[in-house]
Design a protein around this ligand. Structure first.
Ligand SMILES: NC(=O)c1ccc[n+]([C@@H]2O[C@H](COP(=O)([O-])OP(=O)(O)OC[C@H]3O[C@@H](n4cnc5c(N)ncnc54)[C@H](OP(=O)(O)O)[C@@H]3O)[C@@H](O)[C@H]2O)c1
Length: 299
């Protein structure tokens, strides 16, 4: 009987945390799908199988779906995002998958929304009508972005967020909820969950927390959209993606990402991870990033 869990995006933020969490919860039949990235030893340790999956290639999709009963669907920020998701949902139906847990985004239902939230809503609607049982999670902005996209540079974080408050969430909590939904299955069919961290913070708050945890001063410089656009361009981010990111920042400035929900606590029976805990748990990574930056831009 098919009973494998297929975790897509298993090298990404939530996917990698989910593979680890499923292992911790004794779910051993986990197929971790990786894409371009290299397989980490962590992924090999925590999943029973690893498979290369390219959403643009049907043969890799069909291999990945063999004997799968549950799909955790992560689709990337890509122009083809909706097309990829629909393709995965169609194949899930064909292969007799019983349950799809879809990683969406907070604000997906808002009108008119932003490019990225609208794409997620289109995926959600397709899922709602596809004939496979589903559960949707809509997390807020990840704390982990401060380790990747929004990391300190030359002692400062530059973002077009003014003093917007955002209830950032740790991907560990998103993964803990996803694992619970996968394991509990039926009782969550058809549900949509909005996931946030425990409190709404400004980037000023964030930099204070990072500074005191790593013992090095990190500041915040609010920037205009135009400057953010130039920075993204210099980093090689394509114009369509930069436009989408600017819309997400604008949504945050409008206060649409400051709500705090109790969903993580209700589903996981524990408090969500605070920003202080997140920084503490990743203090070595933050220290590495800051030391590296100080070598490039000595103060
Ligand atoms: N970042 C946030 O704050 C946030 C908040 C809420 C919701 N979300 C949602 O989370 C999703 C992931 O976004 P993210 O930026 O956070 O990315 P991420 O964690 O890096 O996850 C994306 C994953 O998709 C894989 N992937 C990319 N292209 C693929 C392809 N063609 N075929 C198969 N796999 C592919 C990536 O593998 P490779 O790295 O190997 O290409 C990666 O493992 C998005 O739908 C986003 O809207 C993000």
């Amino acid at each position: 009987m098919a009973e494998k869990i297929l975790v897509t995006g298993a090298t990404g933020f939530v996917g990698s945390a989910l593979v680890k969490e499923l292992y911790r919860r004794n779910k051993k039949e986990v197929r971790a799908a990786f894409h371009s990235g290299t397989l980490t030893s962590q992924l090999k340790t925590y999943s029973s199988e690893q498979i290369r999956l390219e959403f643009g290639d049907f043969s890799t999709i069909d291999r990945a779906f063999q004997e799968v009963s549950t799909l955790f669907l992560v689709t990337p920020f890509a122009r083809e995002q909706v097309e990829y998701a629909k393709r995965m949902i169609d194949r899930a139906l064909l292969f007799g998958v019983e349950h799809i847990v879809d990683l969406s985004i907070l604000g997906a239902e808002q009108e008119p929304g932003t490019q990225f939230t609208r794409w997620h809503r289109r995926i959600e609607k397709y899922l709602e009508n596809c004939g496979v049982a589903y559960t949707i999670i809509r997390p807020n902005i990840y704390m982990q972005n401060f380790l990747r996209y929004a990391q300190p540079s030359g002692g400062f974080i530059y973002l077009p967020l003014n003093h917007a408050q955002v209830s950032y969430i740790d991907v560990t909590d998103v993964a803990a909820v996803a694992a619970e939904l996968i394991i509990a299955g039926k009782e969550h069919y058809g549900a949509v969950y909005e996931l946030t961290g425990p409190q709404a913070l400004t980037v000023d708050d964030v930099t204070h927390i990072i500074s005191s945890a790593v013992g090095s001063h990190i500041g915040y410089i609010p920037i205009q959209e135009e400057t953010a656009c130039h920075i993204m361009e210099s980093l090689g981010i394509p114009a369509w993606m930069a436009k989408g990111m600017l819309e997400l920042y604008s949504m945050q400035r409008e206060g649409k990402n400051e709500m705090v929900t109790s969903t993580v606590e209700l589903l996981c029976n524990r408090k969500p991870i605070s920003f202080e805990e997140f920084v503490y748990n990743n203090s070595n990574l933050f220290k590495e990033i800051i030391q590296h930056e100080q070598q490039i831009h000595p103060r």
